[in-house]
Design a protein around this ligand. Structure first.
Ligand code: FES
Length: 135
């Protein structure tokens, strides 16, 4: 399987590249197997993600998955964003070649880590956020 048009589009014209200095949460994820790395920053107002940006050092699939992840979660509540799975990211891209599926973990995990950071900063125990990540 080759890259879909959507993957190519997001890899060549990535959306929301950057680092939000005034972020409410920041998450990172690295893949030890390939050495790639993603950083996701988010801004949250009234429990909704109003902005998400990423920086990545990685392959085209990693760029595309990070890019589409920021698009998918914009405007979502933090709980909806926490439910975004690797599979959701892959589906939104129209699929990825089997040997590139691991690249999608970078984006979703960096996002989840940013949400975790957000919740830690708020020091709230109202959310059982870990439950959201459980399969
Ligand atoms: S090969 Fe490392 S994330 Fe794609």
């Amino acid at each position: 399987m080759e890259y879909t048009e959507t993957v190519r589009d997001h890899a060549l014209n990535p959306r929301n590249v950057g680092f939000i200095q005034e972020h409410d949460g920041r998450g990172e994820c690295g893949d030890p197997a390939c050495g790639d790395m993603a950083v996701m920053t988010i801004r949250v107002r009234n429990e909704r993600l109003i902005e998400a940006k990423f920086l990545v050092r990685g392959c085209g699939a990693a760029i595309a998955t990070c890019s589409i992840t920021t698009e998918l979660v914009k405007g979502k509540t933090v709980e909806q964003a926490a439910r975004l799975s690797d599979e959701d990211v892959v589906q939104a891209l129209g699929g990825l070649p089997a040997h590139k599926l691991h690249c999608s973990n970078l984006a979703a995990t960096a996002l989840h880590n940013a949400l975790e950071d957000y919740w830690q900063r708020r020091k709230t125990d109202r959310h059982d956020w870990q439950a959201l990540y459980r399969p």
